[in-house]
Design a protein around this ligand. Structure first.
Ligand code: ZN
Length: 234
């Protein structure tokens, strides 16, 4: 699967500044290199037969969670090893392929559960974060699920501190009322899946779920590719 660079960076960037232009240029260069280079693993750069994908070694290191659903969130994998590398590359390396590969893992793991979903909603980034990241990896991950995506119906109305810097209690406070449903048209009476890349305490997905519930979906489920362990709360 090799998309053109323009297809692979679909989220509209906020208004440009020199730094944003530089980041976008760098991201586009990475895309162009990836487009013409042989496919490589999204976590370790070993050659792969297809793209975007994890190599066989990385796939063998993926660890499944004991239960697919825990605390109301479907999450098939433990966040460690190749998934840590893939998330880091997508978030800070401005690379779309790792997010797409994680989306394919999630699609595989959810299997027939996706038959019960009408529309997926990626947990949105605040525009200020999107400006730095250049794309929302939760949105790219959603593209692999093969379902209609309700872009823009859920918005992040205030910038929040990175959850990774906070403990469990502070995480919940940090994202409280951070999301708003801009339009209920896409969710009313429909079976909705809310998607993020990684779930830790579940505070972000819970805050987003509260906002989506105001649109009266028929059903509302939450999913992430991986479940992380919050060391401070072990
Ligand atoms: Zn690999």
């Amino acid at each position: 699967m090799s998309d053109s660079p323009s297809q692979r960076r679909p989220n509209t960037l906020p208004r440009s500044a020199p730094l944003v232009a530089l980041q976008l240029l760098r991201a586009t260069m990475v895309d162009l290199v990836e487009l013409f280079a042989p496919p490589r693993c999204v976590a370790c750069d070993e050659p792969t037969a297809e793209s975007p994908a994890f190599c066989l070694t990385c796939r063998s290191q993926l660890e499944r969670c004991d239960a697919l659903e825990e605390r109301g969130v479907l999450a098939p994998y433990v966040q460690h090893g190749p998934l840590v590398a893939a998330v880091h590359r997508a978030k800070f390396g401005h690379r779309v392929a790792p997010a797409r590969a994680m989306g394919l893992l999630l699609a595989d793991a959810l299997g027939s559960l996706l038959d019960e979903i009408d529309v997926v909603i990626p947990v949105p980034l605040h525009p200020s974060r999107l400006r730095v990241r250049t794309f929302n990896q939760a949105a790219e991950l959603c593209r692999a699920l093969g379902k209609p995506i309700a872009f823009g119906s859920l918005v992040r109305r205030r910038a929040t501190a990175p959850q990774a810097t906070l403990d469990r209690e502070a995480r919940a406070l940090n994202v409280e009322n951070a999301f708003a449903l801009r339009s209920s048209k896409a969710v009313r009476g429909r079976r909705v899946l809310l998607v993020d890349d990684v779930v830790t305490t579940g505070a972000t997905l819970e805050a987003a779920r509260t906002a989506v519930e105001r649109g009266s979906p028929a059903t509302l489920r939450c999913a992430a590719v991986a479940r992380a362990v919050l060391v401070a709360n072990r």
